[in-house]
Design a protein around this ligand. Structure first.
Ligand SMILES: Nc1ncnc2c1ncn2[C@@H]1O[C@H](COP(=O)(O)OP(=O)(O)OP(=O)(O)O)[C@@H](O)[C@H]1O
Ligand SMILES: [Mg+2]
Length: 348
């Protein structure tokens, strides 16, 4: 593990054994997050983002899931090798997770105060119930819940969606973990509440030195939040770079496609161009082949793309897995029009 990495995922492979065959949902991915850093994992639905996060947290049901290889090193230990009771001590105390649907994450029959306090008591069984509740109220205050003493007595259904997500963040952070895994934390919320939750996460990151693994398909959120970005496609990381590089010089045709499919801020209704789409769909994970998995959808695909491209560095920390990019080098970053046809495929 490099010295500054808090989390280092190395060659992680998570497969599901299904009646339709083996689904290689996460297939040899590596990335790392430094203390206090925010790394975004982006990609379309079905690319393996959630399976990655659940593998890190060891929350997948085995079987059908099986971690077929790799390491998840956190603060020097391989989490995949921990005994279940040791992993329980890590979960919630050192690494926490928040989910897309705050409603589903909260228990409807307990007050929110009890639920936040319970998260503390699990890791501090010696604490008195009253102290745990005081901490819960403090935690609710720290995530911006007004009148937290009174709100602690409310049940989840008495709170709005944004408030519920704040409660989930309070639960996740009450034991002061070093890493928060946030899987689509704002997708179920309306845009103004989204912005508030993102502000809150950024605030927590800055004040507490919290590291963040942010999973999203929203590139706007990525631009605002993440220092580094990994783009996932069909179980693989196809591009990784500092976020500013991803936006300034997207090297992989998939990343270029994702960026073109994004509305441009500030464009008026009249001059707004039609959004580009990436034709086709992510294949089912049981259908992944050992070629470039983006090939069937790629405007630049050529003969070489029948072999699997490896992630390669293109200057600094910018890495991409694409035969075309390999041939063209950094010049492969393209204006939208250039990747819109089938010119210059990687049939070198
Ligand atoms: N329990 C399971 N059994 C079989 N296949 C699974 C299971 N869970 C996930 N998969 C498959 O793993 C692949 C990756 O799924 P994952 O949920 O990680 O996608 P995702 O990138 O998080 O998508 P989304 O943006 O929709 O949340 C998909 O093809 C999915 O069908
Ligand atoms: Mg998901």
């Amino acid at each position: 593990m490099s010295e500054e990495s808090l989390l280092e995922v190395r060659n992680l492979r998570t497969y599901f054994h299904t009646d339709a065959g083996v689904a290689r949902a996460v297939d040899d991915i590596s990335f790392s997050i430094g203390a206090g850093q925010c790394l975004a994992l982006v990609g379309e639905s079905g690319c393996g983002k959630s399976v990655t996060s659940l593998s890190i947290m060891r929350l997948l049901q085995e079987p059908p899931a099986r971690v077929a290889g790799g390491e998840v090193r956190f603060a020097g230990r391989d989490l995949l090798k921990l005994e279940p009771d040791e992993m329980c001590k890590v979960r919630g105390a050192e690494i926490s997770m928040i989910f897309q649907e705050p409603q589903a994450a909260l228990n409807p029959v307990f007050t929110i105060g009890d639920q936040v306090a319970e998260a503390y008591l699990v890791h501090h069984p010696e604490a008195r119930a009253k102290d745990a509740m005081d901490r819960a109220v403090d935690a609710l205050r720290s995530v911006g819940i007004p009148d937290p003493g009174r709100r602690a007595l409310d049940y989840p259904h008495q709170l709005s969606g944004g408030m519920k997500q704040r409660v989930c963040i309070a639960i996740a952070l009450i034991c002061e973990p070093k890493l928060l895994v946030a899987d689509e934390p704002t997708t179920a919320l309306d845009v103004t509440i989204q912005a508030q939750i993102l502000d809150l996460l950024r605030d927590m990151q800055q004040k507490r030195g919290l590291a963040l693994l942010l999973i999203t398909h929203d590139l706007g959120i990525v631009a605002e939040m993440a220092e580094r970005t990994c783009v996932m496609y069909a179980g693989k990381i196809v591009e990784s770079a500092p976020t500013s590089e991803i936006f300034a010089r997207p090297l992989h045709p998939y990343t270029q496609g994702l960026l073109r499919a994004r509305p441009e801020p500030g464009s008026s209704l009249r001059d707004r161009r039609r959004l580009a789409v990436i034709p086709g769909m992510v294949p089912a994970a049981t259908q992944f082949k050992d070629d470039c998995r983006f090939r069937p959808r790629c405007p630049l695909a050529g003969d070489l793309c029948h072999e699997e491209p490896k992630l390669e560095a293109f200057g600094g920390e910018h890495r991409a897995a694409c035969w075309y990019t390999r041939r063209e080098g950094i010049a492969a970053w393209a204006e939208p029009a250039r990747t819109g046809n089938n010119q210059g495929g990687a049939d070198v």
